[in-house]
Design a protein around this ligand. Structure first.
Ligand code: FAD
Length: 958
């Protein structure tokens, strides 16, 4: 384990002095004082965003605050990093600072994001426990004291519903947007005049080129009010591309001046109420919220009994939360991200009554909330084209131009989706977390439960679509799934993007900074919280300048991969290489196998062969998509339409791009609407009817090509396609022909065997790789030779570069070690031992040897003694390079050469201890050899990283 890392105890397995609900300014101010008073605190926040008044409402005025030294102190601390002006703070830096504060004090304060209280158990002594709704079901937490900083007093309402009658409404609520320009002198006077006439507040901000417009929320839907304002502004001041809208608030900022109405209700004695709607304070700014919280919390801490407290109640199953409201519809969509938004729209287009929900404030998912606002591969066509055209119109309003059909302004796509939702009559619940399911006696899904800031709701429909990206609905309904690579269970790295402003001449445009922040299991809310805080905190800088400031941290972490649900058909890697046709095709997907890793020894053998022998990282992959990949096994009326659909791990690197996800969503929406007429029977819909409806929407991509299953032939992809594969092998070339030869053993076995004896080293080596794929031991001597002679083979190919320009290739001798796992016998034990007995061996060499030893042992080729001897050698010397960045090049490490600076590196450097990968394989070998696991396995069981803990927990299943 990384020695710096603290050992992990789940936050659900701890008792707290105080639980604080809400991590806005009120909650954050309370937490700072509680921690300073040495109290153990848990913060629960339903959004992923901290200080929501700034991060969601864009509120950043620091004036208008009562005299409060804590507030001043906090502002001063940010001022030291140039993150405040006299009157404003930097919203990105405020969130980064808050994340750092929570992260660095984990001994005393833990943070759970994406969780909503749905039940409170209390009596005369006070609150005993809360039930929280999370992505993976209901959880209970215990504490001595509780603080409610929710805006509307949710905890008070859960304790005594009469408190709802005591809520005051904000006197004003403000929407805001920020404008940027390098030539304000030309336009400022006109923009100000426009604002004065429209009752819009025009103000300056932290950055020189930034201005802010704020206007009162009149109850008009957010998207309509923004579209109206920008249309009028562009008519009044034709600034073209000289002024750009960079950010829009997702929620209005509430400002209170009046008192709350009198109403009778009871509150538990151990609850501090800091909900603005239930107070009589004048709360008009973030500073006044902070100051109010400081004063009230300080008084409360003084009065708080610390000694002789009653023991906390034992952890127990939660009291079942009650459903406040039931909503019926034809199609329920959980998660309205990239795929879910299209699912909801296409179902509504079929005439279905659609209810859709998302724990983000608005639909759009990764493409909006995580700022991934560009298409990368994926195939065009379908309903998405219509949304893209609407987005282009919105981009014109925001940026004055729409330069590319591949890119969009995140706010533009959000405006487009909200408009389309409204026009198609979709009922949308934002900030709503799907947390449970109900089943009828026949095992069919009969309802989904979702947590809102008004309590639990139930949505009842014949058809349900799971578009949560993580397959939450299916997992809660009992579906089986797979997650991560076969070798170590690791999923693709996640990113925590931030918005930045780029300029070309006078034109400024918003784009996202995107980097690999580490690894996480996004299906686990506690782990997702850790990933979010760490991702945000990585933006911290000692000094901020105009050049290095992000505009805002993206609301969602960028999750590339999590579960893949077991479905009627699981799309395979070879489907993608072979361009498989399916009779039940619902469209096509195409990309490259875009993993961000370079340690492919942990991948499936076919992927190893494809990336490292064929050298085809950048090769375009394409397949038709069978309807069956949307149908979770064992569930009758549910569709899984998102990156968690039925795709094997290796294939999901390619089948995850936004266009392809939108296509899955569209197909699921139509199918769910069709099935709703028949009780939701997903397997009984008319396929021709689904396919013809899809075809109607598709302008360019060939959708229906139902001429049976795979023909087993790979694509020809280059000028070389005319040269027979056997000839290219004989010439010692890597490429797709190696895959073709491998897949067609019957016709090419003799040519490959012949090439094994070629005097050309590359020809004989590549022949050996194909033989290894056939599990033919005749490849072994050639591999032993390559290892003994440390044969480098062809130099790294510039064409075989990774997602960010990483070098993918490895030398022949290392590939030989890896492929021996398919064809090796006792003969190769000696050479593996020699490689292992080297104190300088880098991590990837050791993991490659360990994985091969493991497979040889499992295949009965070597004895447990031989396996343990080699593994012990691998562990004997400390690793020279265990602290690695996500995208390092193995070949450069072997040459002890500097790693290249990758395209996406912008000063954000994630380094993690990767020695766990070697230790994991070593433990597996020990278990297979019938030995007890090493002591260090136990420390990994409490590693702060969930994927590491899980990988070691899986040892128990061997
Ligand atoms: C960093 C990064 C870079 C990428 N780059 C590109 C690129 O350049 N081009 C490209 O085409 N693709 C890119 N991709 C891939 C692509 O963006 C995603 O794979 C795709 O958008 C996933 O779509 P989805 O619908 O499965 O998930 P998402 O878009 O993530 O949608 C899932 C939605 O479900 C919601 N949700 C989750 N759980 C719950 C719950 N329990 N209750 C309620 N709501 C829930 C979430 O809030 C979210 O809105 C990138 C992905 C990442 C992460």
């Amino acid at each position: 384990m990384n020695p710096a890392a603290k050992s992990f105890v789940s936050l659900f397995d701890q008792n707290y002095d105080v639980v604080v609900f809400g991590a806005g300014y009120t909650g954050f101010a309370a937490v700072r004082l509680l921690v300073a008073a040495n109290l153990k605190v848990l913060v629960v926040e339903p959004r992923g965003q901290l200080l929501w008044e700034s991060s969601c409402c864009l509120e950043n005025r620091t004036d208008n605050a009562p005299d409060c030294s804590d507030w001043q102190q906090w502002l001063d601390s940010m001022g030291r990093h140039a993150a405040t002006s006299a009157t404003h703070l930097d919203i990105a830096f405020a969130e980064i600072t808050a994340a750092r504060t929570l992260l660095h004090q984990q001994e005393t304060v833990r943070t759970l994001l994406y969780a909503m209280p749905v039940a409170v158990e209390w009596g005369a002594e006070g609150i005993g426990k809360w039930t929280l709704a999370t992505k993976n079901g209901f959880r209970t937490i215990n504490a001595h004291h509780w603080v409610d900083t929710s805006e509307n007093g949710l905890i008070a309402a859960l304790c005594d519903p009469r408190s709802r009658g005591a809520r005051r409404r904000p006197t004003f609520s403000f929407h805001s947007l920020t404008l940027h320009s390098n030539v304000w002198d030309r336009y400022q006077a006109d923009v100000k005049r426009f604002c004065a006439a429209q009752d819009i507040v025009f103000s300056h901000s932290v950055r020189q080129n930034e201005r802010r417009l704020s206007w009162a929320d009149t109850g008009m839907p957010w998207h309509r009010s923004v579209i109206e304002l920008l249309t009028q502004l562009r008519l009044a001041v034709p600034f073209g591309t000289d002024v750009t809208v960079s950010l829009c608030s997702s929620d209005p900022f509430p400002s209170y001046q009046t008192s709350a109405p009198a109403a009778e209700y009871s509150l538990p004695p151990n609850l501090l109420m800091l909900s603005p709607a239930l107070s009589n304070e004048r709360l008009t700014s973030i500073g006044s919220r902070f100051a109010w919280s400081v004063k009230a919390t300080r008084d409360w801490i003084h009065r708080m009994p610390r000694a002789n407290l009653p023991p906390l109640r034992p952890f127990a199953a939660s009291a079942a939360p009650t459903v406040g409201r039931t909503i019926s519809c034809d199609v329920a969509v959980a998660g309205t991200g990239t795929s879910g938004a299209l699912a909801a729209l296409s179902a509504a287009r079929q005439g279905a009554r659609v209810v859709a929900l998302d724990f983000s404030a608005s639909p759009g998912g990764v493409g909006i909330g995580a700022g991934i606002s560009a298409y990368f591969h994926g195939l065009e066509g379908g309903l998405q084209e219509e949304i893209d055209r609407l987005t282009a119109e919105m981009n014109l309003l925001l940026e004055g131009t729409n330069p590319s059909a591949r890119r969009w302004h995140p706010q533009g796509k959000k405006l487009a989706l909200l408009t389309a939702f409204e026009n198609n009559g979709i009922t949308f619940f934002g900030n709503t977390l799907m947390c449970g399911v109900k089943k009828d006696p026949q095992g069919r899904l009969s309802g989904i439960l979702a947590a809102t800031d008004e309590g639990l709701i139930e949505i009842v429909a014949p058809s349900y679509i799971d578009s949560t990206g993580d397959g939450d609905l299916c997992a809660l309904a009992g579906s089986t799934f797979k997650a991560g690579r076969s070798g170590d269970g690791r999923m693709l790295a996640y990113s925590q993007p931030a918005f930045i402003l780029k300029s070309s001449g006078n034109k400024l445009n918003v784009t996202a900074q995107n980097f690999d922040a580490g690894w996480t299991d996004s299906t686990n809310p506690e782990e997702l919280s850790r990933a979010r805080l760490e991702g945000v905190a990585q933006y911290w800088k000692e000094l901020w300048t105009e050049d290095n400031r992000p505009l805002a941290i993206a609301a969602l972490p960028g999750i590339r991969q999590s579960r893949n649900i077991t479905t009627d058909y699981t799309l395979t890697f070879s489907d993608l290489v072979q361009h498989t046709h399916f009779a039940d095709s619902i469209g096509e997907a195409g990309s490259i196998a875009d993993t961000h890793s370079v340690d492919f020894e942990f991948e499936e053998d076919e992927a190893v062969f494809f990336y490292w022998a064929c050298r085809l990282f950048r090769h375009p992959l394409r397949t038709e998509l069978p309807y069956r990949m949307l149908l979770p096994s064992g569930l009758e009326n549910v569709w899984i339409a998102c990156r968690a659909a039925g795709v094997e791990t290796t294939a999901s690197y390619a089948v995850r791009m936004q266009r392809d996800m939108q296509r899955l969503g569209e197909a699921a929406g139509i199918a769910a609407a069709l099935a709703a007429q028949n009780g939701g029977a997903s397997r009984k819909i008319s396929l021709p009817s689904l396919q013809s409806r899809l075809a109607k929407n598709n302008q360019s991509a060939p959708v229906v090509n139902g001429n049976g299953h795979s023909n087993g032939k790979a694509n020809g992809n280059s000028a070389h396609a005319t040269i027979p594969g056997e000839t290219r092998l004989a010439q010692g070339e890597p490429g797709l022909h190696l895959w073709t030869l491998y897949r067609d053993r019957e016709n090419h076995a003799s040519a490959v065997k012949q090439a094994l004896h070629s005097p050309l080293p590359a020809a004989s080596f590549y022949a050996a790789t194909i033989l290894a794929m056939w599990e033919d031991a005749s490849a072994e001597p050639r591999f032993i030779q390559a290892i003994t002679q440390r044969e480098m083979g062809l130099p790294p190919s510039e064409l075989n570069t990774g997602a960010y320009g990483q070098e993918i290739d490895i030398p022949f001798w290392l590939l030989a070690i890896i492929l021996l796992r398919r064809c090796g016998t006792a003969q190769c034990g000696k050479v593996l031992r020699e490689v292992a007995d080297n104190p300088d061996a880098i991590l990837n060499v050791r993991t490659a040897v360990a994985l091969t030893v493991e497979r040889l042992l499992n295949r009965g080729q070597i004895s447990a003694e031989v396996a343990m001897d080699i593994v012990n050698l691998l562990l004997r010397h400390p690793l020279p390079d265990s602290l690695l960045t996500p995208s390092r090049s193995t070949w450069r490490s072997l040459r002890k050469a500097e790693q290249v600076t990758l395209r996406n590196e912008s000063g954000v450097d994630t380094r993690q201890d990767h020695s766990w990968q070697l230790h994991l394989v070593a433990c597996r070998v020990r278990v297979r050899a019938g030995l007890a696991v090493h002591d260090f396995m136990h420390s990994y069981s409490s590693d702060p990283r969930a994927i590491v803990r899980q990988a070691f927990a899986n040892l128990a299943k061997l």
